[in-house]
Design a protein around this ligand. Structure first.
Ligand code: SAM
Length: 260
């Protein structure tokens, strides 16, 4: 009877996949995948000759969620046909990704065995490449458009990570191109909390061994002047020091001097 597993393949080609995820791919009857480039598609085809890219399901005519539903349907058709199906997604399959979660949910709801294996996400690479530890100040991470359109609390003493920064402010869910005026409005929105000369980093982890990480440090005001792509992530370092909560210290009977 059919089964389904969502696995992550990491960011850097070949080396960042877990041992168990690779084994699931090799032993599947069919593997569906979303890879960042043709080299990774080729790598998948070497691991399993029944590899099918989900890329053709993206269509300019449809809104994103309809494309995603078509991908889940394609996966579920094979599960229902009794096959051992694997969905392979670059990065971590459960991070800022709907299809890998939804396929597991649907398979489970129809009584099939299904689960997700974690992977190395762009955020994991970011901590390594930029040498920042999210535990130092705490870290907030948002999808850029959701950050703009919903009333999220901003804490400028934390590290702030904005995913899909190239599409910040896009409500069409149809485009894959950055829109300069939306990025200018994003700068304006962020300037409620951050000075325009605050240094931010445009980060892109390398997908191929021949590439190196993009770690472009710029003033916030220049965000609309640099190139942003579908793989850019914006990193905003803290703009102020952590503030001690004296009430909490009192409650726990701890003095400021006792804090290392
Ligand atoms: N599941 C993926 C992961 O675990 O990294 C993330 C998928 S999410 C739909 C796409 C967003 O992830 C991009 O807009 C960008 O913010 C981030 N991203 C993807 N690839 C990246 C890379 N190579 N370097 C930096 N950020 C990346």
């Amino acid at each position: 009877s059919g089964s389904y597993i969502s696995v992550g393949t990491g960011i850097a080609l070949g080396g960042q996949i877990s041992v168990i995820s690779k084994s699931y791919i090799e032993n599947a009857d069919i593997v569906f995948g979303i890879m960042p480039n043709s080299e990774c598609d080729e790598w998948m085809s070497i691991l399993n000759k029944n590899y099918v890219s989900l890329q053709p399901f993206y269509s300019e005519e449809k809104i994103r969620i309809e494309c995603y539903q078509d991908m889940v349907s394609a996966i579920m058709d094979e599960v229902r046909a009794g096959k051992k199906v694997v969905g392979a997604f670059y990065g971590h399959p459960g991070v800022f990704a709907w299809v890998p979660h939804e396929a597991v949910r649907q398979a489970l709801s129809e009584g099939y065995s299904a689960h997700m294996e974690p992977g190395i996400s762009a955020e994991d690479c970011l901590y390594a490449d930029l040498g920042v530890d999210p535990g130092n100040t705490g870290c907030l991470a948002y999808e850029a458009t959701q950050f703009l359109f919903y009333k999220h609390a901003v804490d400028t003493s934390c590290l702030l990570i904005l995913w899909q920064i190239a599409l910040a402010g896009d409500h069409t869910l149809k485009t894959f191109e950055p829109n300069k005026s939306n990025i200018e409005l994003t700068i304006k929105y962020l300037s409620q909390w951050y000075p325009l000369d605050h240094k931010v980093v445009v980060y892109e982890a390398p997908f191929l061994p021949t590439e190196s990480a993009r770690k472009e440090e710029i003033a916030l005001r220049d965000l609309s002047n640099v190139s942003l792509s579908m793989i850019s992530t914006l990193v905003i370092p803290p703009a102020k020091d952590l503030e001690i909560d004296t009430e909490a210290l009192k409650l726990f009977g701890v003095s400021e001097q006792q804090l290392a």
